[in-house]
Design a protein. Sequence first.
Length: 201
Amino acid sequence: MLSLEEGTLLVRTARRTIETYLRERRKPSAPKVPPKLREPRGVFVTLIKGGELRGCIGHPLPTTPLIDAVIDSAISSATRDPRFPPMVPEELTEVEVEVSALTKPEPIKVKTPREYPEHVVIGRDGLIVECGGYAGLLLPQVAVEWGWDSEEFLSQTCLKAGLPPDSWLDKDVQIRKFSAQVFREKGPRGEVEERKLTEKT
């Protein structure tokens, strides 16, 4: 578990990275951080503008030191999310930064695919669906924000992977889950808080 201080450091690093990249077109070096923030972990950086998604990209797997993954994900979220045009410096005062530090994804073990919904807890679990070269990931907070139940969450993750929504019933589909600690600014450049995912915020 990360402390609020550590989470705040990650969010501040993400914001500083985006500001540096947009204004100077360079990737800043990583700051000195506690050893825990140099351990390999998955992470996503999410940008919110006016209550709407403005970018979200990350590293699903723990293959990179957390602080380095935050820096890389921050730049990608701001400039490489194919759903949005690249951010411009003028948006920096309008965007809130959110960092989700992930646990290692683990396969959901079931006897039959119909049991999957019983093993997915809304507000705790994020999902990864993979099949035949297709893959999709949704963070735990997405299901909370949209008010989905576990079946809807599974279906929406299939859609994110480019698969039919009922693909989670296919025995060839692999489904993994993970949890996340989510730290987010209260308004652009505001104080950082840890989000409690059981409630919509």
